[in-house]
Every structure is written in structure tokens, then in C-alpha cells.
Design a protein around this ligand. Structure first.
Ligand code: SF4
Length: 479
């Protein structure tokens, strides 16, 4: 087996496999059913056969735990605005030519600097110590991280932490039965309804994905569906109508459906970003067929992601980019104007099982020119100017990797600022544009820590250090 350091260290017994011939094991986690020989890996590159038994090589191996918000995960009807701890691992059971996270999903492109090791208890502790009420299994794809996710999610739920699973869901039935025991929210992506598309562009098949989505829909778990609209690949009216018809027939009119803009990536760079007009056309078709909750992801245009009362039409949740503001919902999800029950589950802050201490972010006020910070101005700082390609950033602690520290973040052109505290292993968090008048942000700190800003090309995108283009590393300006 070709092993680098992380593979050699992390092999441990896998679940969902059976013996196959003398020198092979057959994996039953995803429908690919790889049968690697001894000392060989399966298609995903993180599971393989050792002495006739199947092992997982990525248990606990993760991208840096990152604080984001639930809106990054194409989930709009569960606790709008909730802070989440996004956990991504490495490898994938698919190989989409247009993959938006190919630097970590395709092992051969992985930057080892991006990989950390966490135990289940450490992940839960990061949440508890930083008052983050939800873990999201996301980015590359959680399917190939199954054992770690089951163990950590079970532990998290024992501590009152919710769990979210964002996946392309090419997975077998039995593993899904286990997920249904410990996952609260599923955000599942369809690429197309066309099996030829799946075979050619994802190296997977459509039917198992559809069956597993129906399996989740038949449970009591929260479910939302998204589809990336990729120019010239799956954005024709015919493609979109196929998706809408399947969703209507199998999931009903109430299911939230997200059409999401694509950015050129990996092996599919010959087209531009998805145009907003394509997203709007998909929404028109979905509404005309009877779907009720259609959202357009990765766009900042006003009014494309708001939620309205289905009875009286009043605005229930207003969204701008990744910011959500529930404005006409009572604590039991009723419309404040007409009393109709909405399908949005209320923010977790009202959940009685959570016993976290007070929220760690505090609001300060700044003048409109972006100055006027009340703290000492002898600070190191990063100045970010939003631009068309990037309206969100990850801020990461470069050296201390999770040391306690406080940063001050103030808007440029918008009257807003916050104090952000990092502690107990949390080394990375998201900042996104929050208002049309905000042209950028200033991030400052007084400690000896070093920070870097990496541009997010879209939500649920995880930029790595060296595998990104120059444009993804934002300019750093120090005083
Ligand atoms: S999870 Fe990995 S090893 Fe298992 S069948 Fe799927 S691609 Fe193959």
C-alpha cells in the first residue's frame, strides 16, 4: 500500500464490509462496493484492505474545525442564523468533474497542511467551550467518514448539540439507518435526475441516491434538497423540470429546494459562474409546478432567499448572503401577523436542553467611515474589500492553532462591529458580507497570533493553503 504519514497512523477497523476471496474485502458503505486487494485502497482513497479486513484510514482526520452559520449548508428551515461547527474530512466516494471542494475531496490533490486530527470528545469540547450548538458534517463528503461521524454525533447529541449532514448521499441503506439514529438535519444534494449525467460527470449512479433520499424523507428528520446549476451541464429547462417533478412526486410541495450557483472549478472551468437569470428561471419553473419553498444559493441579490408566510404573505425570515433575520416568527414558529404555523423550526437559542453560558460575540458600534473603534488602535489588522468573486472569507489562526484570542471585526461602509473570541481549538471562522452598503471589513487583534484570510468562492467551500489560486488569498494590510 502506498502510505503517507496520515494513512500509516490512522488505520482502524471499518464498518460495513464483508470478506471477498482470500486477499480482498468488499466495502458496503457506498454503492460502489470496492473490492480492493490487500494493501490497496478503495475508490475514495481513505478505506482499504489490510490482511483481508477492511479498515478506515481517516478516523479523526479533519480539515480545521470552522465556525460558520447554518445558511452555509443550504438549510433555511431549521434554526435560521444558528452558528455551526463545520467539520470536513478528506476523500470522496464520487469524483465530480465540477467538484467545488476538489482540493480535499480528491486525495491526490490534498494539501497535508490542511489536515488536523480530532477525537470525538475534542470536537464536542470545541462546541461546548465556544458555545456552538450544532456540528455540520460537510465540505468534501461525510459518507467516507462514517465511523467517526456516528461516534461523534452520538456523543454530541448526549450534550444537547444538534447534528447536520450535508452530502451527495451516494451511500447504502444500512449506514443511513445508523445516521438516522444520530443526525438531526440532512441537507442532500442532487446533481441531476439523469443517470447518464451521474455516470459521466460524477462517477456514481442516480438510483441509489434517490432511494436514500426517500429513506430520510420517510423518517422524522429535517430534510432540505439542493441542486447545483452548472452552465451547459444540467441547467436546461428539461433538466430542471425533471428534478422538480421527482421532488414533487416523492417529497411533496413543502420540502425546501435550493438551486445553487456554481463557480468554475476542478476539471470544469471552461464556463462562467451560474448566472442569476438561470437560477431565477429554475425558481419560476418550480413555483409553476407547485413547490412552495424555493431558494437561490450563492447569490446576494435581494429577495431570492427570503421566507414568507404561506397564508398572509408577510416576510418571516429575511436573508442577505449568509445572514438571516427571523422577524415575524414567534417562538413556536407561528407567523406573528396571522398566527399560521410556518415550516421553519425556531432558533436553537430557545431550546431548553442547551445549557451553554452566554453568547461569546459582543456588539460594538462604529462610525460609518469604519473608524471610531473604542479600543487601542495599536493593532495588527487585515483589511478585506468585498469583490464580485468573494463575498465571504475564512479567517484562520496560522501559528497557534486554536489558542484563545480575541479579534475585533468592524464593517466598512456599514455601522456594525463585533468582538469575536476563539478558544479551545477553534482556529477558523467565517465572515460574510452582511449588507449591500458594506464594502469590506477590518479584522484587528492585539495578540502575537498570526491570521490569514482565505476567500470563499461560494458557501460550503473550503479553501486550502497551497492548492488555491492567488486570488483566493486575500490581501493582508498591517498597520
Ligand atoms: S466508501 Fe470508499 S471504499 Fe467503500 S465502496 Fe465507497 S468508494 Fe469504495
Amino acid at each position: 500500500m502506498t502510505q503517507n504519514k496520515w494513512q500509516a497512523k490512522q488505520g482502524r477497523p471499518a464498518q460495513h464490509w464483508q470478506p471477498f476471496k482470500l486477499d480482498r474485502a468488499e466495502c458496503r458503505l457506498c454503492p460502489r462496493h470496492c473490492q480492493p486487494k490487500n494493501n490497496r485502497m478503495g475508490f475514495c482513497g481513505v478505506r482499504g484492505t489490510v490482511e483481508g479486513k477492511f479498515q478506515t484510514f481517516n478516523f479523526g482526520l479533519s480539515l480545521a474545525a470552522t465556525e460558520e452559520v447554518i445558511e452555509t449548508e443550504a438549510v433555511n428551515h431549521f434554526s435560521p442564523g444558528t452558528r455551526i461547527l463545520s467539520m470536513g474530512n478528506i476523500g470522496c466516494m464520487m469524483a465530480c468533474s465540477f467538484c467545488q471542494n476538489w482540493e480535499t475531496s480528491q486525495i491526490k490533490h490534498l494539501d497535508p497542511q490542511a489536515v488536523r486530527h480530532y477525537s470525538p470528545a475534542e470536537v464536542v469540547e470545541i462546541c461546548l467551550k465556544n458555545n456552538i450548538p450544532m456540528i455540520s458534517w460537510t465540505y468534501n463528503d461525510p459518507v467516507v467518514w462514517h465511523e467517526f461521524i456516528i461516534e461523534t454525533s452520538t456523543l454530541a447529541q448526549q450534550h444537547g448539540i444538534k447534528t447536520l449532514y450535508k452530502s451527495a448521499f451516494y451511500i447504502e441503506q444500512k449506514p443511513v439507518e445508523e445516521l438516522l439514529q444520530c443526525i438531526d438535519i440532512f441537507s442532500l444534494s442532487l446533481k441531476s435526475l439523469n443517470d447518464k449525467f451521474y455516470q459521466k460527470h460524477t462517477k456514481a449512479r442516480i438510483q441509489p441516491v434517490l432511494e436514500r433520499i426517500k429513506q430520510v424523507a420517510a423518517s422524522d428528520k429535517h430534510l432540505e434538497i439542493s441542486q447545483l446549476l452548472i452552465p451547459e451541464l444540467n441547467d436546461s429547462d428539461e433538466d430542471i423540470i425533471q428534478t422538480i417533478d421527482w421532488v414533487l412526486k416523492n417529497l411533496g410541495t413543502e420540502i425546501p429546494l435550493h438551486f445553487v450557483a456554481f463557480h468554475p472549478a476542478y476539471q470544469y472551468q471552461q464556463v462562467n459562474r451560474t448566472d442569476v437569470s438561470s437560477l431565477k428561471q429554475a425558481r419560476r419553473l418550480a413555483y409553476s409546478k407547485g413547490l412552495k419553498h424555493i431558494y437561490l444559493g450563492n447569490t446576494l441579490d435581494a429577495g431570492l432567499n427570503d421566507t414568507f408566510c404561506q397564508q398572509c404573505g408577510v416576510l418571516l425570515v429575511q436573508r442577505y448572503g449568509l445572514h438571516a433575520n427571523a422577524i415575524n416568527l414567534d417562538e413556536h414558529s407561528h407567523c406573528c401577523q396571522c398566527g399560521t404555523l410556518s415550516s421553519i423550526i425556531r432558533p436553537l437559542s430557545s431550546s431548553p436542553e442547551l445549557t451553554f453560558p452566554s453568547f461569546s460575540m459582543e456588539t460594538s458600534t462604529f462610525d460609518k467611515e469604519g473608524g471610531g473603534h473604542t479600543e487601542d488602535t495599536k493593532k495588527k489588522q487585515i483589511i478585506i474589500h468585498w469583490h464580485e468573486e468573494a463575498q465571504s472569507i475564512h479567517i484562520l489562526q496560522l501559528d497557534a492553532k486554536g489558542a484563545s484570542d480575541t479579534l475585533f471585526i468592524r464593517s466598512i461602509g456599514y455601522n456594525h462591529g463585533i468582538k469575536k473570541t476563539l478558544s479551545h481549538g477553534l482556529e477558523r471562522f467565517i465572515i460574510s458580507r452582511q449588507h449591500p452598503s458594506e464594502t469590506g471589513v477590518v479584522i484587528s487583534w492585539e495578540s502575537d497570533c498570526q491570521y490569514q484570510a482565505l476567500a470563499l468562492l461560494d458557501r460550503a467551500h473550503y479553501p486550502t493553503y497551497s492548492c488555491t489560486s492567488e486570488q483566493q488569498i486575500m490581501p493582508l494590510i498591517s498597520d
